[in-house]
Design a binder for this molecule. Structure first.
Ligand SMILES: Nc1ncnc2c1ncn2[C@@H]1O[C@H](COP(=O)(O)OP(=O)(O)OP(=O)(O)O)[C@@H](O)[C@H]1O
Ligand SMILES: O=C(O)[C@H](O)[C@@H](O)[C@H](O)[C@H](O)CO
Length: 172
């Protein structure tokens, strides 16, 4: 199974990219939205303006990994699975790929370091729990991923979608 974890700080465009791509890379492709798997206390913490710490993120990462194994059990091997998850640290990425074979999980990093742009994106997003005040902590927590597919998150949305689609198509 081909799993692409679309990662990056809050506001980098993970959900937007997955939403655009999932219906266009083959019938049966799946998208797991990492934010949907946070325990309620994590959501409440972020909404109150306090960044998550390593301990908060452990059950969440474990749940995403477990969901991936479930999907693998039921999926056709030709169908890619997209995951949107910040995956900010190397230890988190290790947790996400636990139990998968070498090469089965690809990290696609939406790279952006422009704090003002990220804040503007989060401020412009309605009905979302993540406050723009947490952008700094996200950038501070991020550990540069190695061996990932790196995309410039400031490029137009559709251009990014096309790049990911062609990457996934080449892997099938
Ligand atoms: N390439 C882009 N250029 C300009 N705006 C973008 C781009 N990608 C996403 N956006 C916008 O930025 C905002 C944040 O995008 P999105 O919700 O996809 O980010 P995210 O990384 O999933 O954030 P979070 O981790 O907080 O859920 C949205 O309003 C989205 O439309
Ligand atoms: O690791 C984290 O701190 C979280 O995943 C955050 O990135 C939020 O889930 C997300 O940004 C909110 O949408």
């Amino acid at each position: 199974m081909s799993i692409a974890v679309v990662m990056g700080v809050s506001g980098s465009g993970k959900s937007e990219l997955c939403r655009r791509v999932v219906g266009r890379v083959g019938l049966g492709a799946r998208w797991i939205e990492g934010d949907d798997l946070h325990p309620p206390e994590n959501i409440a913490k972020m909404a109150s303006g306090v960044p998550l710490d390593d301990r908060d993120r452990q059950p969440w990462l474990k749940k995403i990994n477990a969901r991936l194994h479930e999907v693998k059990g039921g999926a056709s091997s030709e169908c890619p699975v997209l995951v949107s998850c910040s995956a900010l640290k190397e230890s988190y990425r290790e947790k996400l790929r636990e139990g998968f074979e070498e090469g089965e999980v690809t990290f696609v990093w939406l790279h952006i370091s422009d704090e003002a742009e990220l804040q503007a994106r989060l401020t412009g997003r309605s009905q979302h729990f993540m406050p723009a005040s947490l952008v700094r902590s996200q950038l501070e927590a991020l550990e540069t991923p190695r061996g990932c597919v790196r995309l410039d998150a400031t490029r137009p949305k559709e251009e990014l979608a096309q790049i990911l689609i062609s990457h996934l198509s080449n892997r099938l």
